[in-house]
Design a protein around this ligand. Sequence first.
Ligand code: MEV
Length: 423
Amino acid sequence: MSDWTRDLYKRSLAERQRLVAQHQGLSKRQQDYLVQHCSERHNEVIENYLMDYAVPEGVVVDLLVNDRRYVVPMVTEEPSVVAAACNGAKRVAQSGGFVAPEQERLVTGQVFIQDVSDPQKFREWCRLNEAGLLEVANQAHPSMQRRGAGAKDVQVRQVGEFMSLDLLIDVDQAMGANSVNTMAEAVGRYCQQHGWHVLTAILSNYALDAVQMVECTVTNEVLATKTMAGRQVAERIAALSKLAQVDPYRAVTHNKGIMNGIDAAVLASGNDWRAVEAGAHAYAARDGQYRGLSQWHTVPGGLRGTLALPLTVGVVGGSIKLTDQSQINYQISQIQTAQELSAVVASVGLAQNLAALRALATNGIQAGHMQMQYRSLAMSVGATAQEIAPLVQRLQKASRVDTNVAKDLLTQLRKEENDAREI
Ligand code: MEV
């Protein structure tokens, strides 16, 4: 470790930016960028903060969930994601919308005990002390209990050589990570005081008591393409869904498509998308084989889709609504409760999945993707806002596309425009 990195976190933001720029060889333009894209506020949020990393935000429209139409912010760097979500959402809205029942929302706090020679004795102790354990947990976070939420149940599992004391906690409108950890640690101390050897206490992101379901039925009519009848599209989507149940290789990609929508909506809502991701993939493998999180089956006149995954999202706590961006996003979505957010996020995931499977079942994914990818490519080779559309048109006609081709086509475009101006 060279000297300049020592105690970097103790430096002022300006000094840290200067040191990184100097030692990592940033150009003058890059240094200016750092300075122009940072905030003292965010300097308080993470260690060794340098700048804000901007990712595009768009909105999915026409998302009809439980008879309410939503406009939902999505944050993503992948060009086709928002377009695909809108496409899927529109087809579902035309067929009656998504139905997402209100989910149970309990988060588990785990207290791990080791060196338990008699598991039955520990179980019995937990059973006899259940009221005390819940009391200890709730006293660690009294405001939660005042709102009618808080620790509700104690369960015990033997996991290999360890015992897991699981506290089931109603986190009310929050995602609850900090509260659950505080409560679990308090119970851990209590167990330790009573002679049990506590290894650690932490929430579990495998939130099986907060599984959100969503379903929709799409008519054959809205699935049809110019060249394929709706019934055939429906059958092919159902076959793709079956494939994701039997082939883990395909299931991972299938679920990646779902998470394209879910992560983008969760990120825009200020929630912890890594927690949602981790829980979702564990849920996808809950019976021992990794499978698609959604399923599609043909029904008379159309296609029925269902999706279920653990979703612990909140509308208060953490960084939610602290920043201007977060406040703007809640104003846009008009989402008021964690239950509503959960229903909407799951619906975005199913919409995203429908759009991907419909594309895969018909023209293939590249046809739609390339339009968006070409826009990114055009920008990456330096096309101005006015040059993007004509360059994309040229890229679409090219027999082979890569960065060099894009650069050549841009040079050619500029030359033709110059020539035309001179005439
Ligand atoms: C690409 O980001 C997502 C897809 O690969 C999803 C899928 O294959 O279902 C299109």
